[in-house]
Design a protein around this ligand. Sequence first.
Ligand code: CA
Length: 615
Amino acid sequence: MLKNTLFLLLSFLTLNLSAQIERVEPAFWWVGMKNPQLQLLIHGSEICNRKVEIQYPGVKILKVNRPCSPNYLFVTLEINQKTVKAGKFDILLKQPDKTDLSFTYELKNRRSNSAQREGFNSSDVIYLLMPDRFANGDQKNDNIDSQPEKMNRSIDYGRHGGDIKGIQDHLDYIKELGATAIWCTPVQENNYSRATYHGYAISDYYKIDPRFGSNDDYANFVEASHQKGMKMIMDMVSNHCGIWAWWMNDLPFEDWIHQWSEFTRTNHKACTIKDTHASNVDKKIFTDGWFSETMPDMNQQNTYFWTYYIQNSIWWIEYANLNGIRMDTYTYNDRDAMSQWAKAITDEYPHFNIMGETWLYSSQDIAFWQKDAVNALKYNSNLPTVMDFILQKALSSCFNEHGKPWEDVGMNRLYNTVANDYLYADINNLLIFPENHDTQRYNYLLNNDLTKYKMAMSFLMTTRGIPQIYYGSEIGMSGNKGKGDGDIRRDFPGGWPTDSINAFSSKGRTPVQNEYFNFLSKLLNWRKNKTVIHNGLLTHYVPENDVYVYFRYNDSEKIMVILNNNETDQTLKIDRYAESLENKTSGTDVMTGKTYDLKTNFTVPRESVLILETH
Ligand code: CA
Protein backbone atom coordinates (compact mmCIF):
# COMPACT_ATOMS: atom_id res chain seq x y z
CA MET A 1 0.00 0.00 0.00
CA LEU A 2 2.75 2.39 1.01
CA LYS A 3 4.63 1.44 -2.12
CA ASN A 4 1.60 2.19 -4.32
CA THR A 5 1.01 5.50 -2.61
CA LEU A 6 4.61 6.43 -3.10
CA PHE A 7 4.35 5.47 -6.78
CA LEU A 8 1.21 7.57 -7.20
CA LEU A 9 2.84 10.47 -5.41
CA LEU A 10 5.93 10.23 -7.60
CA SER A 11 3.78 10.03 -10.76
CA PHE A 12 1.87 13.07 -9.64
CA LEU A 13 5.09 14.98 -9.02
CA THR A 14 6.51 13.96 -12.40
CA LEU A 15 3.29 14.96 -14.14
CA ASN A 16 3.39 18.33 -12.50
CA LEU A 17 7.06 18.82 -13.24
CA SER A 18 6.48 17.94 -16.88
CA ALA A 19 3.77 20.54 -16.99
CA GLN A 20 6.00 23.41 -16.01
CA ILE A 21 7.44 26.23 -17.97
CA GLU A 22 10.83 26.69 -16.42
CA ARG A 23 12.11 29.72 -18.25
CA VAL A 24 10.92 32.43 -20.62
CA GLU A 25 13.53 34.82 -21.98
CA PRO A 26 13.52 37.71 -22.16
CA ALA A 27 11.25 37.72 -19.09
CA PHE A 28 9.57 40.93 -20.27
CA TRP A 29 9.94 43.49 -23.02
CA TRP A 30 8.86 47.00 -23.93
CA VAL A 31 6.50 48.76 -26.27
CA GLY A 32 7.93 51.41 -28.55
CA MET A 33 11.14 49.68 -29.58
CA LYS A 34 12.36 50.42 -33.08
CA ASN A 35 12.60 46.72 -33.95
CA PRO A 36 9.00 45.42 -33.87
CA GLN A 37 10.04 41.77 -33.56
CA LEU A 38 10.65 39.85 -30.37
CA GLN A 39 11.86 36.26 -30.10
CA LEU A 40 10.87 34.38 -26.94
CA LEU A 41 12.89 31.41 -25.77
CA ILE A 42 10.55 29.12 -23.83
CA HIS A 43 12.05 26.23 -21.91
CA GLY A 44 10.01 23.47 -20.29
CA SER A 45 9.77 19.72 -20.33
CA GLU A 46 8.41 18.29 -23.62
CA ILE A 47 6.82 21.53 -24.76
CA CYS A 48 8.05 21.55 -28.35
CA ASN A 49 4.86 20.14 -29.94
CA ARG A 50 2.52 22.59 -28.32
CA LYS A 51 0.51 25.15 -30.20
CA VAL A 52 1.08 28.72 -29.09
CA GLU A 53 -1.82 31.16 -28.67
CA ILE A 54 -1.84 34.85 -27.78
CA GLN A 55 -4.83 37.19 -27.60
CA TYR A 56 -3.55 40.73 -27.16
CA PRO A 57 -4.22 43.75 -29.36
CA GLY A 58 -1.13 44.66 -31.38
CA VAL A 59 0.73 41.40 -30.75
CA LYS A 60 0.76 38.55 -33.23
CA ILE A 61 2.76 35.40 -33.59
CA LEU A 62 5.01 35.54 -36.65
CA LYS A 63 6.52 32.08 -36.34
CA VAL A 64 7.10 29.24 -33.94
CA ASN A 65 10.24 27.21 -34.23
CA ARG A 66 10.68 23.77 -32.69
CA PRO A 67 14.40 23.12 -32.23
CA CYS A 68 16.29 19.84 -31.78
CA SER A 69 15.62 19.57 -28.07
CA PRO A 70 11.96 18.76 -27.26
CA ASN A 71 12.14 21.10 -24.28
CA TYR A 72 12.25 24.40 -26.14
CA LEU A 73 10.10 26.64 -28.27
CA PHE A 74 11.27 29.75 -30.04
CA VAL A 75 8.33 32.07 -30.65
CA THR A 76 8.76 35.18 -32.74
CA LEU A 77 6.25 37.93 -32.05
CA GLU A 78 5.49 41.00 -34.08
CA ILE A 79 4.55 43.98 -31.95
CA ASN A 80 2.57 46.64 -33.78
CA GLN A 81 4.02 49.82 -32.37
CA LYS A 82 1.06 51.92 -33.52
CA THR A 83 -1.65 49.94 -31.78
CA VAL A 84 -0.02 48.05 -28.93
CA LYS A 85 -0.28 49.31 -25.37
CA ALA A 86 1.83 48.36 -22.39
CA GLY A 87 0.25 45.62 -20.34
CA LYS A 88 0.16 41.98 -19.37
CA PHE A 89 -1.27 39.09 -21.33
CA ASP A 90 -1.30 35.31 -21.24
CA ILE A 91 0.60 33.11 -23.64
CA LEU A 92 -1.03 29.68 -23.95
CA LEU A 93 0.79 26.48 -24.91
CA LYS A 94 -1.75 23.84 -26.01
CA GLN A 95 -1.55 20.20 -26.93
CA PRO A 96 -4.43 17.72 -27.39
CA ASP A 97 -4.99 15.45 -24.37
CA LYS A 98 -2.72 17.58 -22.23
CA THR A 99 -3.43 20.32 -19.76
CA ASP A 100 -2.90 23.77 -21.17
CA LEU A 101 0.22 25.56 -20.04
CA SER A 102 0.25 29.29 -19.77
CA PHE A 103 2.35 32.14 -18.55
CA THR A 104 1.82 35.84 -18.20
CA TYR A 105 3.96 38.10 -20.31
CA GLU A 106 4.44 41.82 -19.88
CA LEU A 107 5.19 44.62 -22.30
CA LYS A 108 6.31 47.64 -20.28
CA ASN A 109 6.49 51.31 -21.12
CA ARG A 110 9.98 52.63 -21.75
CA ARG A 111 11.60 55.44 -19.80
CA SER A 112 11.12 58.77 -21.51
CA ASN A 113 14.01 59.54 -23.84
CA SER A 114 15.30 55.98 -23.51
CA ALA A 115 16.24 55.74 -27.18
CA GLN A 116 18.19 59.00 -26.99
CA ARG A 117 20.31 57.94 -24.00
CA GLU A 118 23.85 59.28 -24.02
CA GLY A 119 26.67 56.80 -24.27
CA PHE A 120 30.10 57.25 -22.75
CA ASN A 121 32.41 59.37 -24.89
CA SER A 122 35.66 61.32 -24.89
CA SER A 123 34.30 63.73 -22.29
CA ASP A 124 34.42 60.83 -19.82
CA VAL A 125 37.08 59.16 -17.75
CA ILE A 126 36.21 55.52 -17.10
CA TYR A 127 36.93 53.81 -13.80
CA LEU A 128 37.42 50.07 -14.33
CA LEU A 129 36.97 47.86 -11.28
CA MET A 130 36.47 44.22 -10.38
CA PRO A 131 33.37 43.95 -8.19
CA ASP A 132 34.68 40.94 -6.25
CA ARG A 133 37.80 42.89 -5.32
CA PHE A 134 36.50 46.40 -4.65
CA ALA A 135 34.36 46.37 -1.51
CA ASN A 136 32.25 43.91 0.44
CA GLY A 137 29.11 45.88 1.17
CA ASP A 138 26.90 42.92 2.07
CA GLN A 139 28.37 40.02 3.99
CA LYS A 140 25.07 38.12 3.76
CA ASN A 141 25.72 37.36 0.09
CA ASP A 142 29.30 36.15 0.56
CA ASN A 143 28.11 32.55 0.43
CA ILE A 144 25.00 31.48 -1.47
CA ASP A 145 23.51 28.00 -1.32
CA SER A 146 22.93 27.79 -5.08
CA GLN A 147 26.53 28.72 -5.88
CA PRO A 148 29.12 26.03 -5.09
CA GLU A 149 32.11 28.33 -4.82
CA LYS A 150 32.22 29.93 -1.39
CA MET A 151 34.14 32.96 -0.20
CA ASN A 152 37.83 32.40 0.45
CA ARG A 153 40.04 35.48 0.68
CA SER A 154 43.15 33.40 1.33
CA ILE A 155 43.44 32.31 -2.32
CA ASP A 156 44.10 34.85 -5.04
CA TYR A 157 41.69 33.24 -7.52
CA GLY A 158 39.00 32.72 -4.87
CA ARG A 159 35.93 34.82 -4.28
CA HIS A 160 36.70 37.62 -1.88
CA GLY A 161 33.14 38.81 -1.23
CA GLY A 162 33.00 42.16 -3.02
CA ASP A 163 29.59 43.07 -4.37
CA ILE A 164 27.32 45.70 -5.93
CA LYS A 165 26.46 47.25 -2.59
CA GLY A 166 30.18 47.66 -1.92
CA ILE A 167 30.56 49.72 -5.08
CA GLN A 168 27.38 51.68 -4.46
CA ASP A 169 28.56 52.55 -0.94
CA HIS A 170 31.68 54.15 -2.47
CA LEU A 171 30.25 56.03 -5.42
CA ASP A 172 31.24 59.28 -3.71
CA TYR A 173 34.85 58.10 -3.70
CA ILE A 174 34.80 57.49 -7.47
CA LYS A 175 33.05 60.80 -8.00
CA GLU A 176 35.59 62.65 -5.85
CA LEU A 177 38.36 61.09 -7.92
CA GLY A 178 36.74 62.70 -10.95
CA ALA A 179 35.83 59.61 -12.97
CA THR A 180 32.55 60.04 -14.86
CA ALA A 181 31.83 56.47 -15.95
CA ILE A 182 32.19 53.07 -14.31
CA TRP A 183 33.05 49.80 -16.04
CA CYS A 184 32.66 46.77 -13.79
CA THR A 185 34.05 43.45 -15.00
CA PRO A 186 31.09 41.07 -15.60
CA VAL A 187 28.44 40.87 -12.91
CA GLN A 188 26.28 38.21 -14.57
CA GLU A 189 26.03 34.83 -12.86
CA ASN A 190 29.13 32.60 -13.03
CA ASN A 191 27.92 29.32 -11.58
CA TYR A 192 30.94 27.04 -11.28
CA SER A 193 33.02 25.29 -8.65
CA ARG A 194 36.10 27.53 -8.66
CA ALA A 195 37.73 30.78 -9.84
CA THR A 196 34.43 32.44 -10.70
CA TYR A 197 35.39 35.87 -9.32
CA HIS A 198 36.49 37.35 -12.67
CA GLY A 199 33.04 36.87 -14.19
CA TYR A 200 33.93 35.95 -17.76
CA ALA A 201 32.34 32.47 -17.71
CA ILE A 202 28.69 33.49 -17.62
CA SER A 203 26.18 30.76 -16.75
CA ASP A 204 23.02 32.88 -17.06
CA TYR A 205 22.98 35.85 -19.39
CA TYR A 206 19.85 37.29 -17.78
CA LYS A 207 20.87 37.10 -14.14
CA ILE A 208 23.21 39.04 -11.89
CA ASP A 209 25.38 36.72 -9.83
CA PRO A 210 23.66 36.45 -6.42
CA ARG A 211 27.03 36.93 -4.71
CA PHE A 212 27.03 40.42 -6.24
CA GLY A 213 23.33 41.08 -5.68
CA SER A 214 20.06 40.80 -7.57
CA ASN A 215 19.01 42.19 -10.94
CA ASP A 216 17.11 44.91 -9.08
CA ASP A 217 20.21 45.69 -7.01
CA TYR A 218 22.14 46.22 -10.22
CA ALA A 219 19.48 48.48 -11.74
CA ASN A 220 19.33 50.50 -8.50
CA PHE A 221 23.12 50.79 -8.51
CA VAL A 222 23.05 52.19 -12.06
CA GLU A 223 20.37 54.66 -11.00
CA ALA A 224 22.44 55.74 -7.97
CA SER A 225 25.46 56.24 -10.24
CA HIS A 226 23.40 58.37 -12.62
CA GLN A 227 22.23 60.51 -9.74
CA LYS A 228 25.86 61.26 -8.95
CA GLY A 229 26.56 62.11 -12.58
CA MET A 230 28.31 58.90 -13.54
CA LYS A 231 27.58 56.68 -16.53
CA MET A 232 27.52 52.88 -16.41
CA ILE A 233 29.17 50.46 -18.81
CA MET A 234 28.26 46.77 -18.62
CA ASP A 235 30.83 44.12 -19.46
CA MET A 236 29.36 41.44 -21.74
CA VAL A 237 30.63 38.20 -23.24
CA SER A 238 29.12 36.83 -26.45
CA ASN A 239 32.03 34.66 -27.52
CA HIS A 240 31.67 32.04 -24.81
CA CYS A 241 29.58 31.01 -21.84
CA GLY A 242 30.54 29.07 -18.73
CA ILE A 243 30.66 25.27 -18.77
CA TRP A 244 27.84 25.18 -16.18
CA ALA A 245 25.60 27.54 -18.15
CA TRP A 246 21.99 26.49 -17.61
CA TRP A 247 21.59 25.22 -21.18
CA MET A 248 24.66 23.00 -21.26
CA ASN A 249 22.74 19.84 -20.24
CA ASP A 250 19.98 20.45 -22.76
CA LEU A 251 21.10 22.52 -25.73
CA PRO A 252 18.21 23.82 -27.85
CA PHE A 253 20.21 23.14 -31.01
CA GLU A 254 23.27 20.97 -31.46
CA ASP A 255 25.02 23.96 -32.98
CA TRP A 256 23.98 26.41 -30.20
CA ILE A 257 27.66 26.11 -29.23
CA HIS A 258 30.63 25.02 -31.32
CA GLN A 259 31.20 21.34 -30.64
CA TRP A 260 34.44 19.48 -31.27
CA SER A 261 35.20 15.76 -30.99
CA GLU A 262 37.94 16.69 -28.53
CA PHE A 263 38.74 19.91 -26.69
CA THR A 264 40.08 22.41 -29.23
CA ARG A 265 41.44 25.71 -28.03
CA THR A 266 41.29 28.85 -30.16
CA ASN A 267 44.66 29.66 -31.74
CA HIS A 268 44.24 33.33 -30.67
CA LYS A 269 45.12 34.39 -34.23
CA ALA A 270 42.68 37.24 -34.82
CA CYS A 271 44.52 38.07 -38.03
CA THR A 272 42.95 34.98 -39.68
CA ILE A 273 39.66 36.87 -39.80
CA LYS A 274 41.00 39.28 -42.40
CA ASP A 275 44.06 37.48 -43.76
CA THR A 276 43.40 36.70 -47.45
CA HIS A 277 46.02 33.92 -47.24
CA ALA A 278 44.59 32.24 -44.15
CA SER A 279 43.72 28.55 -44.34
CA ASN A 280 40.16 27.53 -43.54
CA VAL A 281 41.31 25.29 -40.71
CA ASP A 282 43.10 28.17 -38.98
CA LYS A 283 40.11 30.46 -39.42
CA LYS A 284 37.78 27.84 -37.99
CA ILE A 285 39.98 27.13 -34.99
CA PHE A 286 40.28 30.84 -34.25
CA THR A 287 36.57 31.64 -34.19
CA ASP A 288 35.10 28.24 -33.22
CA GLY A 289 37.81 26.96 -30.86
CA TRP A 290 37.06 27.28 -27.16
CA PHE A 291 38.70 29.99 -25.05
CA SER A 292 39.31 27.41 -22.31
CA GLU A 293 38.01 24.02 -21.17
CA THR A 294 35.45 25.77 -18.98
CA MET A 295 34.27 28.28 -21.60
CA PRO A 296 32.20 26.69 -24.41
CA ASP A 297 32.36 28.70 -27.61
CA MET A 298 29.01 30.17 -28.63
CA ASN A 299 27.86 29.88 -32.23
CA GLN A 300 26.88 33.35 -33.43
CA GLN A 301 25.88 31.84 -36.80
CA ASN A 302 22.96 30.06 -35.16
CA THR A 303 20.35 32.73 -35.86
CA TYR A 304 18.21 31.73 -32.85
CA PHE A 305 21.15 32.12 -30.50
CA TRP A 306 22.18 35.36 -32.12
CA THR A 307 18.72 36.90 -31.90
CA TYR A 308 18.62 35.72 -28.28
CA TYR A 309 21.96 37.40 -27.61
CA ILE A 310 21.17 40.69 -29.37
CA GLN A 311 17.93 40.93 -27.39
CA ASN A 312 19.82 40.16 -24.19
CA SER A 313 22.12 43.14 -24.76
CA ILE A 314 19.17 45.43 -25.52
CA TRP A 315 17.27 44.07 -22.53
CA TRP A 316 20.10 45.06 -20.15
CA ILE A 317 20.42 48.53 -21.71
CA GLU A 318 16.70 49.14 -21.33
CA TYR A 319 16.21 47.38 -17.99
CA ALA A 320 19.29 48.69 -16.19
CA ASN A 321 19.47 52.01 -18.03
CA LEU A 322 23.03 51.58 -19.28
CA ASN A 323 25.28 54.06 -21.06
CA GLY A 324 27.64 51.61 -22.64
CA ILE A 325 28.75 48.07 -23.24
CA ARG A 326 32.24 46.67 -23.13
CA MET A 327 32.32 43.50 -25.23
CA ASP A 328 34.85 40.88 -24.26
CA THR A 329 37.04 38.95 -26.76
CA TYR A 330 35.47 40.95 -29.57
CA THR A 331 37.47 39.56 -32.44
CA TYR A 332 36.91 35.91 -31.46
CA ASN A 333 33.24 36.07 -32.45
CA ASP A 334 31.84 35.59 -35.92
CA ARG A 335 32.81 38.78 -37.75
CA ASP A 336 29.53 39.42 -39.56
CA ALA A 337 27.40 38.53 -36.55
CA MET A 338 29.23 41.13 -34.47
CA SER A 339 28.57 43.75 -37.11
CA GLN A 340 24.88 42.83 -36.99
CA TRP A 341 24.89 42.99 -33.16
CA ALA A 342 26.50 46.44 -32.99
CA LYS A 343 24.15 47.76 -35.67
CA ALA A 344 21.06 46.40 -33.91
CA ILE A 345 22.07 48.17 -30.70
CA THR A 346 23.06 51.47 -32.27
CA ASP A 347 19.88 51.42 -34.40
CA GLU A 348 17.86 51.29 -31.17
CA TYR A 349 20.14 53.76 -29.38
CA PRO A 350 21.87 56.12 -31.84
CA HIS A 351 23.92 57.92 -29.11
CA PHE A 352 24.92 54.79 -27.23
CA ASN A 353 28.52 53.61 -27.15
CA ILE A 354 30.08 50.17 -27.31
CA MET A 355 33.73 49.30 -26.90
CA GLY A 356 35.14 46.04 -28.12
CA GLU A 357 38.15 44.30 -26.66
CA THR A 358 40.55 44.55 -29.59
CA TRP A 359 43.74 43.16 -28.08
CA LEU A 360 45.78 43.21 -31.27
CA TYR A 361 49.32 43.96 -32.30
CA SER A 362 49.24 46.96 -34.63
CA SER A 363 47.21 50.13 -35.05
CA GLN A 364 45.94 48.99 -38.44
CA ASP A 365 44.74 45.71 -36.92
CA ILE A 366 42.77 47.64 -34.31
CA ALA A 367 41.51 50.28 -36.74
CA PHE A 368 39.95 47.54 -38.88
CA TRP A 369 37.44 46.86 -36.11
CA GLN A 370 36.12 50.40 -35.79
CA LYS A 371 32.88 51.51 -37.42
CA ASP A 372 33.35 52.99 -40.89
CA ALA A 373 37.01 51.98 -41.13
CA VAL A 374 38.28 51.99 -44.69
CA ASN A 375 39.60 48.56 -45.62
CA ALA A 376 40.04 46.48 -48.74
CA LEU A 377 37.56 43.86 -47.46
CA LYS A 378 34.83 46.52 -47.25
CA TYR A 379 33.98 45.18 -43.81
CA ASN A 380 32.11 47.51 -41.47
CA SER A 381 32.05 46.35 -37.85
CA ASN A 382 29.55 49.04 -36.75
CA LEU A 383 31.52 49.05 -33.48
CA PRO A 384 31.92 52.68 -32.32
CA THR A 385 34.88 52.29 -29.95
CA VAL A 386 38.03 50.18 -30.14
CA MET A 387 40.72 49.75 -27.50
CA ASP A 388 44.11 51.29 -28.23
CA PHE A 389 46.31 48.45 -27.06
CA ILE A 390 49.20 49.92 -29.07
CA LEU A 391 49.21 53.04 -26.93
CA GLN A 392 48.96 50.83 -23.85
CA LYS A 393 52.09 48.98 -25.01
CA ALA A 394 53.90 52.27 -25.64
CA LEU A 395 52.92 53.57 -22.19
CA SER A 396 54.12 50.39 -20.53
CA SER A 397 57.75 51.16 -21.31
CA CYS A 398 58.19 54.73 -22.58
CA PHE A 399 58.80 56.38 -19.20
CA ASN A 400 61.52 53.89 -18.33
CA GLU A 401 63.70 54.36 -21.39
CA HIS A 402 65.76 56.93 -23.26
CA GLY A 403 67.26 56.58 -26.68
CA LYS A 404 68.35 58.04 -29.97
CA PRO A 405 65.96 60.24 -31.97
CA TRP A 406 65.46 57.58 -34.63
CA GLU A 407 64.66 54.80 -32.16
CA ASP A 408 61.14 53.83 -31.11
CA VAL A 409 61.80 54.42 -27.41
CA GLY A 410 60.86 56.99 -24.78
CA MET A 411 58.66 59.86 -25.93
CA ASN A 412 59.06 58.70 -29.53
CA ARG A 413 56.83 55.74 -28.69
CA LEU A 414 53.95 58.06 -27.81
CA TYR A 415 54.63 60.29 -30.81
CA ASN A 416 54.87 57.35 -33.22
CA THR A 417 51.63 55.82 -31.93
CA VAL A 418 49.62 59.03 -32.16
CA ALA A 419 51.17 59.67 -35.61
CA ASN A 420 49.28 56.60 -36.87
CA ASP A 421 45.87 58.11 -36.09
CA TYR A 422 45.14 58.50 -39.80
CA LEU A 423 44.25 54.80 -39.73
CA TYR A 424 41.24 55.33 -37.46
CA ALA A 425 37.76 56.30 -38.56
CA ASP A 426 37.13 58.12 -35.25
CA ILE A 427 40.08 59.03 -33.03
CA ASN A 428 37.81 60.39 -30.29
CA ASN A 429 36.38 56.90 -29.87
CA LEU A 430 39.62 55.18 -28.91
CA LEU A 431 39.73 53.76 -25.40
CA ILE A 432 43.12 54.73 -23.99
CA PHE A 433 44.53 53.08 -20.89
CA PRO A 434 47.84 52.25 -19.26
CA GLU A 435 46.54 49.02 -17.74
CA ASN A 436 43.50 46.88 -17.18
CA HIS A 437 42.53 43.73 -15.28
CA ASP A 438 44.52 41.55 -17.71
CA THR A 439 47.76 43.49 -17.97
CA GLN A 440 50.70 44.23 -15.74
CA ARG A 441 49.85 46.77 -13.02
CA TYR A 442 51.03 50.18 -14.20
CA ASN A 443 52.57 51.23 -10.89
CA TYR A 444 54.59 48.03 -10.96
CA LEU A 445 55.93 48.92 -14.41
CA LEU A 446 56.83 52.40 -13.14
CA ASN A 447 58.63 50.96 -10.10
CA ASN A 448 56.09 52.85 -7.98
CA ASP A 449 57.61 56.15 -9.09
CA LEU A 450 55.06 58.90 -8.49
CA THR A 451 56.94 61.34 -10.73
CA LYS A 452 56.54 59.00 -13.70
CA TYR A 453 52.94 58.30 -12.76
CA LYS A 454 52.19 62.02 -12.94
CA MET A 455 53.75 62.25 -16.40
CA ALA A 456 51.84 59.23 -17.66
CA MET A 457 48.49 60.36 -16.29
CA SER A 458 49.00 63.89 -17.60
CA PHE A 459 49.55 62.44 -21.06
CA LEU A 460 46.58 60.08 -20.78
CA MET A 461 44.22 62.85 -19.71
CA THR A 462 45.28 65.31 -22.43
CA THR A 463 45.80 63.24 -25.58
CA ARG A 464 42.93 62.14 -27.83
CA GLY A 465 40.50 59.37 -26.88
CA ILE A 466 38.55 58.10 -23.87
CA PRO A 467 40.83 57.56 -20.86
CA GLN A 468 40.28 54.52 -18.66
CA ILE A 469 41.96 53.99 -15.32
CA TYR A 470 42.08 50.81 -13.26
CA TYR A 471 40.93 50.71 -9.65
CA GLY A 472 43.64 51.25 -7.07
CA SER A 473 46.09 52.87 -9.49
CA GLU A 474 44.95 56.20 -8.06
CA ILE A 475 46.32 55.31 -4.63
CA GLY A 476 49.51 53.77 -5.98
CA MET A 477 48.33 50.15 -5.88
CA SER A 478 50.76 47.77 -7.51
CA GLY A 479 50.92 44.08 -8.34
CA ASN A 480 52.90 41.74 -10.54
CA LYS A 481 51.11 39.71 -13.19
CA GLY A 482 54.12 37.39 -13.11
CA LYS A 483 52.76 36.15 -9.78
CA GLY A 484 49.38 35.43 -11.33
CA ASP A 485 46.27 37.44 -12.13
CA GLY A 486 45.36 37.58 -8.45
CA ASP A 487 48.26 39.94 -7.81
CA ILE A 488 46.98 42.55 -10.28
CA ARG A 489 43.47 42.15 -8.86
CA ARG A 490 44.14 42.71 -5.17
CA ASP A 491 41.40 43.81 -2.78
CA PHE A 492 40.99 47.56 -2.52
CA PRO A 493 42.16 48.61 0.96
CA GLY A 494 39.17 49.65 3.02
CA GLY A 495 36.66 47.51 1.16
CA TRP A 496 36.56 44.90 3.96
CA PRO A 497 35.63 45.53 7.59
CA THR A 498 38.90 44.11 8.91
CA ASP A 499 41.17 46.12 6.61
CA SER A 500 43.83 48.09 8.48
CA ILE A 501 43.86 50.90 5.91
CA ASN A 502 40.77 52.59 4.52
CA ALA A 503 41.89 54.24 1.29
CA PHE A 504 38.36 55.40 0.50
CA SER A 505 38.88 58.49 2.68
CA SER A 506 41.69 61.04 2.82
CA LYS A 507 42.02 60.44 6.55
CA GLY A 508 42.38 56.71 6.02
CA ARG A 509 44.96 56.99 3.25
CA THR A 510 48.70 57.08 3.87
CA PRO A 511 50.53 60.30 2.90
CA VAL A 512 51.83 58.63 -0.27
CA GLN A 513 48.37 57.33 -1.21
CA ASN A 514 47.04 60.86 -0.77
CA GLU A 515 49.75 62.25 -3.05
CA TYR A 516 48.63 59.87 -5.79
CA PHE A 517 44.93 60.46 -5.21
CA ASN A 518 45.10 64.23 -4.90
CA PHE A 519 47.13 64.58 -8.07
CA LEU A 520 44.80 62.41 -10.14
CA SER A 521 41.65 63.87 -8.65
CA LYS A 522 42.75 67.40 -9.51
CA LEU A 523 43.65 66.37 -13.06
CA LEU A 524 40.41 64.47 -13.70
CA ASN A 525 38.20 67.17 -12.27
CA TRP A 526 39.97 69.74 -14.43
CA ARG A 527 39.41 67.54 -17.51
CA LYS A 528 35.67 67.22 -16.88
CA ASN A 529 34.68 70.50 -18.51
CA LYS A 530 37.52 70.87 -21.00
CA THR A 531 35.85 70.35 -24.37
CA VAL A 532 39.18 71.28 -25.94
CA ILE A 533 40.56 68.04 -24.48
CA HIS A 534 37.41 66.01 -25.19
CA ASN A 535 37.29 66.69 -28.90
CA GLY A 536 39.71 69.48 -29.82
CA LEU A 537 42.28 69.08 -32.57
CA LEU A 538 45.79 67.85 -31.81
CA THR A 539 49.09 69.06 -33.23
CA HIS A 540 52.27 67.43 -32.00
CA TYR A 541 55.96 67.97 -32.55
CA VAL A 542 58.71 65.42 -33.13
CA PRO A 543 60.26 64.79 -29.70
CA GLU A 544 63.71 66.31 -29.19
CA ASN A 545 65.97 65.12 -26.38
CA ASP A 546 63.04 63.04 -25.11
CA VAL A 547 60.80 66.09 -24.74
CA TYR A 548 57.36 65.65 -26.30
CA VAL A 549 55.25 68.77 -26.94
CA TYR A 550 51.71 68.85 -28.27
CA PHE A 551 48.75 71.21 -28.41
CA ARG A 552 45.03 70.57 -28.03
CA TYR A 553 42.94 73.37 -29.47
CA ASN A 554 39.54 74.50 -30.67
CA ASP A 555 38.05 77.89 -31.50
CA SER A 556 38.08 79.08 -27.91
CA GLU A 557 40.99 77.36 -26.14
CA LYS A 558 44.52 76.16 -26.65
CA ILE A 559 46.33 73.80 -24.28
CA MET A 560 50.09 73.22 -24.54
CA VAL A 561 51.45 70.00 -23.01
CA ILE A 562 55.18 69.58 -22.41
CA LEU A 563 56.50 66.19 -21.30
CA ASN A 564 60.18 66.11 -20.38
CA ASN A 565 61.11 62.45 -20.03
CA ASN A 566 64.82 63.29 -20.09
CA GLU A 567 66.95 62.61 -17.01
CA THR A 568 68.29 66.16 -17.24
CA ASP A 569 66.60 69.58 -17.31
CA GLN A 570 65.85 70.75 -20.83
CA THR A 571 65.56 74.20 -22.36
CA LEU A 572 62.41 74.60 -24.38
CA LYS A 573 63.16 76.55 -27.56
CA ILE A 574 59.90 78.37 -27.87
CA ASP A 575 60.30 79.51 -31.50
CA ARG A 576 59.83 75.97 -32.65
CA TYR A 577 56.17 76.07 -31.57
CA ALA A 578 55.32 79.41 -33.17
CA GLU A 579 52.84 77.90 -35.64
CA SER A 580 50.78 76.54 -32.74
CA LEU A 581 51.30 79.39 -30.29
CA GLU A 582 50.35 82.12 -32.78
CA ASN A 583 49.44 85.12 -30.59
CA LYS A 584 49.60 83.30 -27.24
CA THR A 585 52.17 84.82 -24.93
CA SER A 586 51.77 82.99 -21.63
CA GLY A 587 50.60 79.70 -20.21
CA THR A 588 49.32 78.70 -16.76
CA ASP A 589 50.03 75.20 -15.52
CA VAL A 590 46.77 73.59 -14.47
CA MET A 591 48.37 71.57 -11.68
CA THR A 592 50.54 74.22 -9.97
CA GLY A 593 48.94 77.47 -11.11
CA LYS A 594 52.37 78.76 -12.11
CA THR A 595 52.41 81.01 -15.19
CA TYR A 596 55.12 80.70 -17.86
CA ASP A 597 56.22 83.37 -20.31
CA LEU A 598 55.79 81.82 -23.76
CA LYS A 599 57.69 84.59 -25.56
CA THR A 600 61.08 83.30 -24.45
CA ASN A 601 62.86 79.99 -23.92
CA PHE A 602 62.49 78.40 -20.51
CA THR A 603 63.74 75.40 -18.60
CA VAL A 604 61.60 72.32 -18.12
CA PRO A 605 62.89 70.27 -15.18
CA ARG A 606 63.92 66.65 -15.69
CA GLU A 607 61.10 64.08 -15.64
CA SER A 608 58.28 66.56 -15.37
CA VAL A 609 55.17 67.65 -17.20
CA LEU A 610 53.42 70.95 -17.79
CA ILE A 611 49.81 71.31 -18.91
CA LEU A 612 49.57 74.97 -19.90
CA GLU A 613 46.34 76.83 -20.54
CA THR A 614 47.58 79.46 -22.94
CA HIS A 615 46.53 83.10 -23.00
CA1 CA B 1 29.49 40.21 -0.20
